[in-house]
Design a protein around this ligand. Structure first.
Ligand code: ARG
Length: 463
């Protein structure tokens, strides 16, 4: 097919070069958006008096017809979505259609279409994140009676509520929503009206175009506008952070589902078997979620590297932005959906968790804090409890196995039977959790508040 730019050329583009140059195989996704920006541009052309009201009506009705023939277009014949939409309009309206591209360039057009597409799609990503958050809250609510070890350095640290663990991920994914909000806000700038780079020779009302295409703002500098792909980088960064969060969750699900931990049971419908080992039940789903993470980081690096050396304004390098964005977008939406389903179908197993809960050293901080209550400075009580732990390890004892005399040997604060009783009471998951007083802590009341807040937040943002 003839090129929209063929005028100055004496030869046809080499077939292989043509294929290499074309973006139609992937940018045809922007069809709907290219039509919309085309319709908005027609309004601006009419308002500026470049086309008559009659012409505008004919072209607008032609464009609306183009919108309906997406399935019938011979896509591979075109270089990109912009020439396709224009070409189809010319087919329907003849020479009149050739006026469409007055005062615009594919440079301002592609940025406009892509920004529109991304703003829309990031809504879908956020909806996917919220679905996952909803299954986390649901599970947290169901697991309010479950206590488990909390880890630092993957070593037993302190007792936490299972709900606190789950709501930690809720908090991460909520931040991801913020990141996508930010990326959307930064994409919310109209580029059309900037022409190739210098602006347009026609007094196109960019505020009108912005209104028609759903943009809140109008990009303030024409050269920057056509050269800017920050919104793409923002998306790739937000996706990378979200993928990292998904990967951390996946990693914990894999570890917690192992024989060694046995904290969770994956539903059969979300686990796979082995071709040789009949007994296997493998966590392929979280492994794949974890395994895909590198592609997000790679995409972000590719995007940053693509942009870093580009002279102003437009360069064809930037055509690659869509390849990076579409692939991450598709995979992220798919991953979020399966992650939400997966979480809704795991069982938290208190019995196996309890095997680890037998480790009474997880109450060491509670004991140190108890001694603080008895008047010891914390650094001192830390040392006292540390030597109790050392003694227990050496003598193969647990905290609850310590006699009053033994307790007294560590500190005179363990004065008598009453203190030993108080000490014994500390060695209990519910007591330990309930003793946490700070906002956001793992105390059951705090977890309850987090769950309530989470549900309210989800209810509010759901449109
Ligand atoms: N397919 C191109 C892209 O995605 C559209 C813009 C082409 N502009 C140009 N000056 N060749 O970037």
């Amino acid at each position: 097919m003839a090129k929209i730019w063929e005028g100055r050329f004496k030869k046809e583009l080499d077939a292989e070069a043509d294929r290499f140059n074309a973006s139609i195989s992937f940018d045809r996704r922007l069809f709907k958006h290219d039509v919309r920006s085309g319709l908005a541009h027609l309004k601006a052309l009419k308002k500026a008096g470049i086309i008559s009201a009659r012409e505008a009506a004919q072209l607008t009705s032609g464009m609306k017809k183009v919108a309906k023939k997406e399935a019938a277009i011979d896509w591979p014949a075109y270089e990109d979505v912009h020439s396709a939409v224009e070409g189809e309009l010319v087919k329907l309206t003849g020479d009149l259609g050739k006026k469409l591209h007055t005062g615009r360039s594919r440079n301002d057009l592609v940025a406009t279409d892509t920004r529109m597409y991304m703003k829309e799609e990031m809504d879908n990503v956020k909806a996917g994140i919220r679905k996952l958050m909803a299954s986390l809250v649901e599970l947290a609510e169901k697991s309010q009676h479950i206590y488990m070890p909390g880890y630092t350095h993957l070593q037993h640290a302190q007792v936490v509520c299972a709900g606190q663990w789950l709501m930690a991920y809720f908090a991460m994914f909520k931040r991801d929503c913020d990141l996508f909000d930010f990326a959307q806000a930064r994409a919310d700038r109209l580029t059309l009206g900037c022409g190739a780079l210098a602006g347009s020779n026609y007094p196109l009302d960019r505020t009108l175009i912005a209104r028609e295409t759903g943009f809140k703002n109008v990009a303030e500098n024409s050269m920057d506008a056509v050269a800017d792909r920050d919104f793409m980088l923002d998306f790739l960064y937000a996706s990378s952070v979200c993928a990292a969060h998904l990967s951390r969750l996946a990693e914990e699900l894999i570890i917690y589902g192992s024989n060694e931990f046995g904290f969770i049971e994956i539903d059969d419908a979300f686990a796979t078997g082995s071709s040789i080992m009949p007994h296997k039940k493998n966590p392929d789903i979280p492994e794949l979620i974890r395994g895909k993470t590198g592609k997000y980081f790679g995409g972000l690096m590719a995007g940053l590297t693509m942009m870093k050396g580009l002279p102003l304004a437009y360069n064809k390098d930037m055509q690659e932005d869509k390849v990076l964005m579409f692939s991450r977008l598709d995979e992220l939406k798919e991953t979020l959906s399966i992650a939400a389903k997966f979480m809704r179908n795991i069982t938290i197993k208190q019995e196996t968790i309890n095997r680890q809960m037998a480790d009474e050293f997880m109450y060491a901080v509670d004991i140190a804090d108890y001694l603080v209550g008895k008047g010891l400075p914390f650094r001192e009580s830390h040392r006292v409890v540390g030597s109790m732990v050392g003694y227990c390890v050496e003598n193969n004892k647990r905290f609850t196995g310590l006699t009053l005399d033994e307790l007294r040997s560590f500190s005179p604060k363990f004065a008598g039977a009453k203190e030993r009783m108080e000490f014994m009471k500390l060695i209990n998951p519910a007591e330990s959790a309930a003793a946490k007083l700070t906002a956001g802590s793992t105390s059951p009341s705090s977890v309850k508040r987090q769950i309530a807040f989470g549900k309210k937040w989800l209810g509010k943002v759901k449109r």
